[in-house]
Design a protein around this ligand. Structure first.
Ligand SMILES: Cc1cc2nc3c(=O)[nH]c(=O)nc-3n(C[C@H](O)[C@H](O)[C@H](O)COP(=O)(O)OP(=O)(O)OC[C@H]3O[C@@H](n4cnc5c(N)ncnc54)[C@H](O)[C@@H]3O)c2cc1C
Length: 372
């Protein structure tokens, strides 16, 4: 609701919508689907009770409620990494916010977090906030990124930084935060050949720091429900039908792996709904093949494919490269080779594999996806 910029829904609705408009369009579909929505409710626990899952939640409307279900779809989204997660040295003054919190303050509560701003990390929320705060009369001095390439989408680098003349320092680390009661500045140090160049450190005076240093899938509930987590995504391991290791519990969207575009979130969520419905109507176990991440692939979701039907896979690259090739090998034999004009870790890639890609394979074949 706080994403009042456009850029949502280009694929799903073939229109460029704001976040609230996108949410409304999705919500308008609910009456047709006869789904009851319980808003303002927090799920505290999911527990296996007999052959059902009991979902315990609290809300001002219903108090404590226990909802029984044979299938549960996890879609809790993700949370922002905070200062503790990235261990920036320095004092603990007021004025350090995560970018999402600052976005809420500006777009929903009507406050600006400060006037002289430095943004640490080049994630999409930080980039969007660089533009938003510039429009609100704040001075955004810089975006500082530890990696040699940006973490956000190219379109956001162009529209939110370049168009506003905001410098982006790549391969730079924030080595100190100054200020006692309120932030007074940050020290920035370049990284060259993996080493911090303290002789070249510089200070940027500011009263506000926004952190845009990554998102982590929100999996407290999942862990407590006994769901195994994939360390590469921080989301659950899922089979080819998006089911976790706990039968009847499915996962999709940002809780499964962090997506960049909401259109892919919806695509994956629809698939999860379909798989949960199939499972409820007694669909038997599928013949699946194991997926292996090959060179330059950070992760692949889901972790398995079903040769008998079309499969949609999502993956992220470990490298930034022009003229790359996305390659699929089955037992060492190349079955698919796709040219990619440009790949980078911040832009999720997707791939469809269908029965014709799997012709002539064995029962235990391994499918490897790589980028080169
Ligand atoms: C600042 C920003 C800018 C973005 N810009 C774009 C853009 O321009 N275009 C685009 O396509 N995408 C954009 N995105 C990405 C897009 O918004 C996300 O990918 C998408 O919202 C993820 O959907 P989700 O359903 O997985 O998670 P969310 O939308 O985060 O939904 C998860 C929901 O689960 C609820 N929840 C969590 N835990 C519990 C619990 N225990 N009990 C009950 N409910 C719970 C949360 O309150 C939340 O409502 C942007 C995201 C951000 C943050």
């Amino acid at each position: 609701m706080q994403c009042i910029h456009n850029g949502f829904g280009l694929i799903e609705f073939n229109e460029e919508l704001t976040g609230p408009e996108f949410a409304q369009r999705v919500e308008e579909r609910l009456p047709k689907a006869e789904v009851e929505a319980l808003c303002g409710a927090t799920v505290l626990e999911i527990r296996k009770e007999g052959d059902r899952h009991a979902v315990y939640c609290v809300s001002p409307q219903v108090g404590v409620a226990r909802i029984e279900a044979r299938a549960v779809i996890l879609a809790m989204g993700c949370r922002e990494r905070n200062r503790g997660k990235i261990r920036i040295p320095g004092t603990r003054p007021a004025g350090v916010f995560t970018a999402g919190l600052a976005q809420r303050l500006v777009n929903i509560d009507g406050y600006i977090p400060g006037k002289e701003v430095v943004i640490i990390g080049s994630g999409d929320i930080g980039l969007i906030m660089a533009r938003r705060l510039s429009w609100s009369g704040c001075k955004v001095h810089a975006v500082v990124e530890i990696l040699p390439y940006p973490s956000g989408l190219t379109r956001n680098i162009v529209q939110c930084l370049k168009d506003f003349g905001i410098p982006l320092y790549l391969s730079h680390l924030t080595t100190e935060i100054y200020g006692k009661d309120r932030v007074e500045g940050v020290e920035i140090t370049p990284i060259e050949n993996g080493a911090l160049m303290f002789g070249k450190s510089f200070r940027i005076p500011c009263d506000t720091i926004l952190l845009s240093v990554g998102l982590v899938p929100e999996n407290e509930l999942s862990r407590n429900a006994g769901i195994e987590i994939n360390p590469a995504t921080n989301g659950p391991w899922v089979d080819s039908r998006l089911m976790t290791n706990v039968p009847g519990i499915f996962a999709c969207s940002n809780v499964l792996h962090v997506h960049d575009l909401v259109d892919f979130v919806v695509e994956e969520a629809k698939a999860a709904g379909g798989f949960a419905a199939d499972w409820l109507s007694g669909a038997g176990p599928a013949h699946e093949l194991r997926l292996k991440t090959g060179p330059n692939v950070r992760y692949l979701v889901p972790g398995r494919v079903e040769p008998a039907r079309d499969n949609k896979l999502y993956l992220r690259s470990l490298v930034v490269k022009n003229d790359a090739i996305l390659e699929v090998k089955i037992d060492g034999r190349v079955v698919r080779s796709q040219k990619k004009a440009h790949i980078q870790p911040s832009e999720m890639l997707s791939l469809s594999l269908g029965p014709k890609d799997f012709s002539g394979i064995g029962q235990d074949s391994t499918v490897e996806v790589s980028l080169r």
